[in-house]
Design a protein around this ligand. Structure first.
Ligand code: MG
Length: 388
């Protein structure tokens, strides 16, 4: 029985991970659950999974008597409230920590957890984008394995398994193209929040769905792949594959290519990351090739989707630049979701903030957090000056 702690248990990845745990009874024991503030769903999860530790990060948004009655209802559970106590919560030792908090908020809890876990299943790509080198150093220091949960990276990880890295010439990340892949450049400026949130293939949280619409998600994934597989940016490419059945590919020096194909559902990468190196049969469904009929590919349009080239630039610059890009993007995406700015402004703001950032070389974690805060402040300033 492996113990599991889930950061972000009421989010999209968290819910899929509980489906995985349900699918393999007797294999996993949910030790820790952590959510932002969805207390209704959290209660159901506590009743079903009987965790020992529970954390509500955004407790200030909830009424005190609600929290008190929660504590009373579950006397066997140790509760943690607030961000500071989340950093204590993650120090409870478990076999597997699933890091699935959205955005930059995932970095420090994930880092703090590393000395107390055996395996890090990482869904929070921002952690690697912001501080990939530092995270890898910590993982090495405490001898902790890292398994990617992002579907593309899970695919690459599976394809790379027991291969000689020097035989791999290129990683080819596939991108669905997001909700705006068929929108013409002149219609891009009028894109509504509702339209941008309607992803054709994947059901995900709102931040990542908007990131898919701008292609920033793929940009973050290029940086994530660079850290996970130690490949140069020149050797990581992106191809639009609207059907989302090929989750990514690797090209070998001899010209042959391996593709990872599967149903687009996060239960697959999550169960891979939990079970590895084992594999078990499941009822998650299989690919029906005849039904799919055809798989198509095209290049991305850098005019309509400038985010991807911006992310390559941030990645190649490295240092604090990736954290700055990520922070500016996070603030701009939230402003778009709150209808404060138009869709095209998201990447304009990211680009503007990156332009004025003075890179700190060889950054430590404090330098990275400073850069993150600085970029968030700058972005907010720009947003306030252009708000609609
Ligand atoms: Mg992905």
């Amino acid at each position: 029985l492996k113990t599991v702690s889930i950061l972000g248990s009421t989010g999209s990845i968290g819910l899929s991970s509980l489906r995985v745990i349900d699918e393999f009874p007797g294999l996993f024991n949910v030790e820790g659950l952590c959510c932002n503030n969805n207390i209704t769903l959290l209660k159901e999860q506590i009743i079903k999974y009987k965790p020992s530790f529970v954390c509500i990060v955004n407790n200030s948004s909830l009424k005190n008597d609600l929290l008190e009655s929660l504590i009373k209802s579950f006397p066997d559970v140790k509760f943690y409230f607030g961000y500071d106590s989340l950093l204590e919560f993650v120090q409870n030792p478990v076999d597997i920590l699933l890091s699935a908090i959205a955005g930059s908020a995932g970095l420090i809890p994930t880092l703090k957890a590393i000395p107390h876990i055996k395996r890090l299943a990482i869904a929070n790509k921002e952690t690697l984008v912001m501080a990939g080198d530092i995270v890898k150093r910590e993982l090495n220091r405490y001898n902790v394995e890292m398994l990617p949960v992002d579907s593309e990276h899970s695919a690459v990880f599976a394809l790379m398994d027991k291969r000689n890295i020097s035989d791999v010439k290129k990683i080819i990340l596939t991108a669905s193209g997001g909700s705006l892949r068929d929108v013409s450049s002149c219609d891009m400026k009028n894109v509504t929040v509702e339209k941008a949130l309607s992803h054709p293939n994947w059901s995900m949280g709102s931040k990542i769905t908007i990131d898919s619409a701008t292609l920033m998600n793929k940009g973050l994934e290029v940086i994530e792949a660079h850290h996970l597989f130690s490949k140069d940016y020149d050797d990581i490419s992106v191809v639009i594959h609207p059907e989302s059945y090929i989750h990514s590919m690797i090209e070998f020096v001899d010209g042959s290519v391996l593709a990872h194909i599967g149903v687009p559902d996060m239960v697959f990468p999550i169960s891979y990351s939990f079970l590895y190196p084992e594999m078990r049969s499941n009822n998650f469904g299989t690919v029906d090739f005849v039904k799919i009929g055809s798989l198509t590919f095209k290049d991305y349009d850098p005019q309509r989707f400038p985010a991807l080239n911006l992310a390559y630039h941030a990645g190649r610059t490295g240092e604090t630049m990736t954290a700055v890009m990520n922070a500016a993007n996070e603030i701009a995406v939230t402003a778009f979701i709150n209808k404060r700015i138009s869709f095209l402004k998201i990447i304009d703001i990211v680009s503007e903030v990156m332009d004025i950032h003075e890179v700190v070389t060889n950054p430590n974690i404090d330098n990275i957090l400073d850069a993150d805060l600085w970029a968030k402040k700058k972005s907010e300033e720009i947003i306030r000056s252009i708000e609609i």
